[in-house]
Design a protein around this ligand. Structure first.
Ligand SMILES: [Zn+2]
Ligand SMILES: [Zn+2]
Length: 206
């Protein structure tokens, strides 16, 4: 499994191409469809996945879906808040992207396992591949997702991050913004949620 990052849009969103042989999925194509298609080259796009439905993660979805015919996946818990989330985008002065109707990703999309990691939004998902996890706006290098937007929930976010910390420490973490890190790095040193929070049993019952 081969990962390529394309940084797109005004909020410097990490769009990822995850490829196996001549097939790729794209995660969080937030903007700049042309740049993503150029990077894809002659390989087939088999799935478009949004870790959550904030505008900065879906801006290029419609164009990519129309150009390639690839299906679009996002968790249904975010569909309901999509309109409300769009209000936030409008308030910030960003154009609200149109998206095709999302499919429910279920437990697996293409070669990627789907982990429900709510908190930043109710339908935030992380995608687990071979030695890698794509965490969207849930977990960043030395930071975590904000929970003050519609549908945000700090306790749920902590639960979700603790769930991510159960992955092997060597797993590479590819976040929605900023540099790549590892589960071990964050479990040890993340200043907002480190693994000791999980060990102390602060988490709610699952
Ligand atoms: Zn977000
Ligand atoms: Zn974002």
């Amino acid at each position: 499994m081969h990962v390529e990052r394309v940084v797109v849009g005004p909020l410097a969103t990490n769009a990822y191409l995850v490829c196996q042989d001549d097939e790729c999925a794209v995660i969080d194509p937030g903007d700049e469809a042309a740049a993503i298609l150029k990077r894809l080259g002659s390989r087939a796009l088999v799935a478009i996945v949004a870790t959550h439905l904030h505008f900065d993660h879906v801006g290029a979805v419609l164009e990519l879906a129309e150009a390639t015919g690839a299906p679009f996946y996002a968790h249904p818990a975010d569909w309901a808040v999509y309109r409300e989330l769009n209000k936030v985008a409008e308030e910030w002065g960003f154009p609200v992207p149109e998206i095709p109707p999302p499919r429910n990703p279920g437990l697996r999309v293409w070669e990627l396992d789907v982990l429900l990691t709510p908190g930043h939004t109710p339908g935030s998902i992380s995608l687990v591949g071979d030695g890698v996890v794509f965490t969207g706006d849930t977990l960043f290098h030395m930071s975590v997702g904000r929970t003050d937007l519609p549908g945000g929930d700090w306790d749920a976010l902590v639960d979700s991050i603790c769930r991510l910390y159960r992955l092997p420490r060597v797993y590479l973490v590819y976040p929605g913004h900023g540099p790549t890190t590892t589960i071990g790095n964050e479990a040890e040193g993340n200043p907002f949620v480190d693994a000791s929070v999980c060990d102390r049993g602060v988490r709610r019952n699952e």
